[in-house]
Design a protein around this ligand. Structure first.
Ligand code: ZN
Length: 246
């Protein structure tokens, strides 16, 4: 293949832009915020489960406390009714004695219920503290996540801007190069880790970093300036410049 030596040298400018674009694509994928956000998502999911369990514990205790309060209310009403009947003092002595006995039993029962309620109230306080604690952690972690999302978005916007800048430089450069040269360059780039053209610098191919063997060097030196030469080792387009050391 033949191509104007100047076009061959501009291929190196194109290659520099393509390397920058590859690096930007890699940077986009490997932003530390991606890993951080994955970790935070897992942490938040665990915390959300914790919060639900803590809420259920509080709700269960509330329900138990309400039931105890209803029971205590019934006992109190019954006791008040008995007391009123006793105070009225009507009825046979045996009946009044039975009422006194029942009132004593109800008082004991009321005391038991109040003690049980007190204990549940203490448990509820502990459960509420656990709920508040996990809710606080959730709020804190969500704000950490929001900050990480903002950092990620800013980094992505910066990368997009850099890419736009590189692409706007690439377009006229590529349009100006011979189509068959670009096609060859793209084909090699695809099969050779993104590098299609390399400079021959001081007798060394900058694509594979290998020094050209004596016979090879002579072949490249003898080739016409407009001949597109390839590295024998890596098959990349070898671009000759004043620094080639030929
Ligand atoms: Zn090479």
């Amino acid at each position: 293949m033949k191509a104007d030596p100047e076009a061959q040298r501009r291929l190196l400018d194109l290659q520099a832009i393509d390397i920058a674009l590859t690096q930007l694509a890699h940077k986009r994928k490997s932003l530390p915020e991606h890993a951080e956000l994955d970790r935070l998502a897992r942490e938040l999911s665990t915390m959300e489960d914790e919060r639900v369990r803590a809420q259920v514990a509080v709700d269960d205790l509330d329900r138990d406390i309400s039931r105890l309060e209803r029971d205590a209310e019934q006992v109190r009403a019954r006791k008040d009714k008995d007391q009123a009947r006793l105070d009225a003092g009507t009825g046979p002595a045996r009946e009044l004695e039975a009422l006194q006995h029942e009132i004593a039993t109800l008082k004991r029962r009321q005391g038991e219920l109040e003690d049980a309620e007190l204990e549940l109230m203490e448990q509820r306080e502990t459960a509420q503290a656990a709920l508040d604690e996990v809710a606080g952690r959730l709020t804190e972690t969500r704000s950490v996540r929001a900050a990480a999302e903002q950092r990620r978005d800013e980094a992505l916007a910066g990368i997009a801007k850099d890419e736009e800048f590189r692409r706007s430089g690439r377009k006229p450069l590529a349009a100006d190069l011979p189509a068959d040269l670009i096609t060859l360059y793209d084909k090699i780039r695809e099969s050779s880790g993104g590098i299609g053209a390399a400079m021959l610098r001081h007798g060394r191919c900058e694509g594979c970093r290998l020094e050209l063997a004596g016979g090879d060097k002579a072949r490249v030196k003898a080739a016409a300036a407009d001949e597109v030469v390839r590295c024998e080792e890596c098959r990349r387009i070898l671009v000759r410049t004043a620094e080639s050391g030929l």
